[in-house]
Design a protein around this ligand. Sequence first.
Ligand code: CP
Length: 305
Amino acid sequence: MKLQTRHLLGLEGMSREDLTLILDTAVSFKEVLERPIKKVPPLQGKTIVNLFFESSTRTRISFELAERRLSADVVNFAAAGSSVSKGETLKDTARNIEAMKIDMVVIRHASPGAAHFLSRVVKANVINAGDGAHEHPTQGLLDMFTLREKFGRLEGIRVCIVGDILHSRVARSNIHGLRAMGAEVSVCGPATLIPRGIEQLGVKVYHRLEDVIPHTDVLNVLRIQLERQESGFFPSLREYHRYFGVTKERVAQAGHAITIMHPGPINRDVELSADLADGEHSVILEQVTNGVAVRMAVLYLLGSR
Ligand code: CP
């Protein structure tokens, strides 16, 4: 089977068939990652550039590992130290990359739409590794993979995304992907951090954790972006923790086990208590492990179209 798309720019509008194909393919690659020799040949002879215009730990390392484990040739580019710091535009950077006969481009950029733009100016397959507050599709896919592994299905599971939904590309990709697969999705956070009209994406909105905790199977806790405090989105970290911090005491109110997710990096004891982050119901490190398998699946499927 083949993907219906030659780029992975977002999960919005992606078909259930394509999402299922990626998740099923990732199952095979997860098995490869458990072998003593974790390398397979499908992308031998292909060259992939990782264009990171914004900082990243997990996504950058995970993509590079996935590419090397598929035997691709890998070139890493960071904006710091490149000609971007001399004023070169994204379009010129892209055209120079094209001139070097690159097959696939992974891009992280602060501007929403940067990956879409790139896909229009280069012949290579483009994968969005996070574009501003727009989408982070491989994070959405690895979250879905982790949940499908845990629950055996996505249909009907109840997932609440907690925190700064307004500025979150992770929230958007999770909402589109999970809804397409039949999960029930809600969001919870202060009114200032919930985009107006988000209900139109098919999610329920809560402003009190106490109201949603009894009705959810999963809390996907987002990093509170510390710089938002200065812009007045919430009064203080202490106050944010008091009303929206996910803690053992709050989760205990559910009366059933709640799976804890976080895309990282975590502000421990701000949006999520350290004991829950490291607790028996946390799948946070499984998310990181699964990220490599899911990215291998995406690279393999796009590279073999
Ligand atoms: N989850 C995520 O995107 O983390 P990084 O910013 O470290 O890549």
